[in-house]
Structures are given as C-alpha cells and as structure tokens.
Design a protein around this ligand. Sequence first.
Ligand code: NAP
Length: 267
Amino acid sequence: MNRKICIFANETSSSVNTVKKLIRKLDNVGFSVSEKFCEDADLLVVVGGDGTFIEAIHKFNFPKMPIIGINTGHLGFFQEIMPDRLDDFIFNYTNDRYSVQTLSTVRIHIKADGKEFSHTGLNEVVITGASSYSVHLNISIGDRFIERFSGDGLLISTPAGSTAYNYSLGGSIVDPRLNVLQVTPIAPMNTTAYRSFTSSILLPSDLSLGAVPDVSARPSGIRIVYDGYSCEYDNVEEMTVSFSDIKVHLMRFESYDFWRKVKSKFL
Ligand code: NAP
C-alpha cells in the first residue's frame, strides 16, 4: 500500500517520542512518510494539542487532504487519537475504517484605507479596538441594521470554535452538525448611554454579519484576531463576517462522539 503521509508536530518531548514511534510503525507497513509538508499527501498527521492543530492549518494554508490529530496537548478537541493508540489508528486507516468530518471556517473581509483584506479562522474571528480602546460598531445582519454595539468587541465562532474562546466568554457549545455562526459579545456595555446585546446570537450559514465603526466615536484602529493571529487596521470603512468556502477535513474513527468529548473535557 503506497500512501504518502506528512507529519507536523510541536516540540514537546511527548510529541517528539510519539513522532519517532509513529514513523517507525508507518514505515513498517510500507507508507511513505515525510516530516515536510507536501500538497499531494494522502494524509496529514498533526501531533500536539488543539493549538498545534490550528498552527498546522494556518502554516499549510488550510490543506485539502484529510487530517488526523494525535493528542499530546491538554484539550484535544480536534485531536482524535491518544499516543498509546497508534496501532489502532494504523489498523483502522489501512482498512479504510474511518469517516471524514468536514469543518466550516469563518472569514472576515475588511475594507480599510481604500484597500481590501480578508482572514480565515477555523475557530473564530474577533473584532476589538486597537490599543485596548472600546469599540463602537454599527451592526447589521444580512442587510438589516440591528444595533450600535459598544464594548470590548465581538467574537464570531464556527461550531468547531464554539468550545474554545467562545465558551470562555459565556457562548454556547454548538454541535458541529449545525452549520451556524455564533456571534458572542465581549464585555458589552449596557448603560443609559450604550445599549448592546448581552448574549450570543446564532446566524444561519447564508447570512453575514456587517460591522461599520461608528464615525461619531473617538477614531481608533481595529484589531482583528483570527485563531490567535492578530493584525490591526486604521481607517476601517466596513467589515463583513460570513462562512468561508474553505473547509477542513478531519479523519474520525468509529469511537468519535462529539458530546462524549465535551463531557470528558468540560464536565
Ligand atoms: P493557545 O494557547 O494555542 O490555545 C488556548 C487554549 O484553547 C488551549 O488549551 C487549546 O487547547 C484550546 N483550544 C484551541 N482550539 C480549541 C477548540 N476548538 N476547542 C476547545 N479548546 C480549544 O492560544 P492562541 O494561540 O492564543 O489561540 C488559539 C485558540 O485559543 C484561539 O482560536 C482561541 O479560540 C483560543 N483562545 C482561548 C482563550 C480563552 O479561552 N480565554 C483566549 C485566547 C485564545 P490545547 O491545550 O489542546 O492546545
């Protein structure tokens, strides 16, 4: 069986040991294994935690092949296999006993200073003020104006990202079979001066969220954070957040169950 497998790992001793064992075992069954990324690989193996998984996705520009995660990190929502189950993984993979879970990504499109930019996140995109200023944003859903939001910012998460930063902010955990974007406010202001929604809202896959900085507020830059990667823009005219066309394909085995994972990680 001549399948080509790439491995990406973080540098913890547990990952380094796991990669050594994995390479030996994959070599033994005749797979071609590389620690360098190649576009035409049949499988990408990511050894680490969810943070390493996110890093691999961005480093390799949202690879198209299926990805399997081996969890040597803390949480491991994306990671399917524990390091002591490498033989099970190889048996199931060689015998085609797996399914592929397709995860949606979220995209923010920004118009600033007469130019256009976009960023994609697997977990989320976050809109905040630069330099810790509060943000004042006119928010629309579809083409309908909804509110003037004031606060630290807004986080827009995918279902896969709902268990990450979104959850820490009080957002809901979303079953990945539901194709919804969740908009969660970050420290919304609710005073006689400002009125902002205080709970998360869910958007169907065909609606986008528009955000236009309020020109009557103190001018300041906008910070965008996508999966932990941050950049700042001045003179932002408008931002649009929607599902992206880019998908991430995760290999899952028979034992995978989202809610069992939630229970084991959070409860
Ligand atoms: P990081 O240190 O790489 O990750 C922070 C924590 O988030 C780690 O424990 C990581 O799990 C976990 N995580 C990542 N994706 C997850 C998911 N889909 N479901 C559940 N937990 C997940 O932090 P970073 O490099 O700044 O940003 C990467 C991600 O971390 C972001 O996309 C964001 O969602 C999350 N984050 C969370 C908070 C918060 O909860 N207050 C703050 C900043 C960022 P592992 O231990 O397995 O790597």
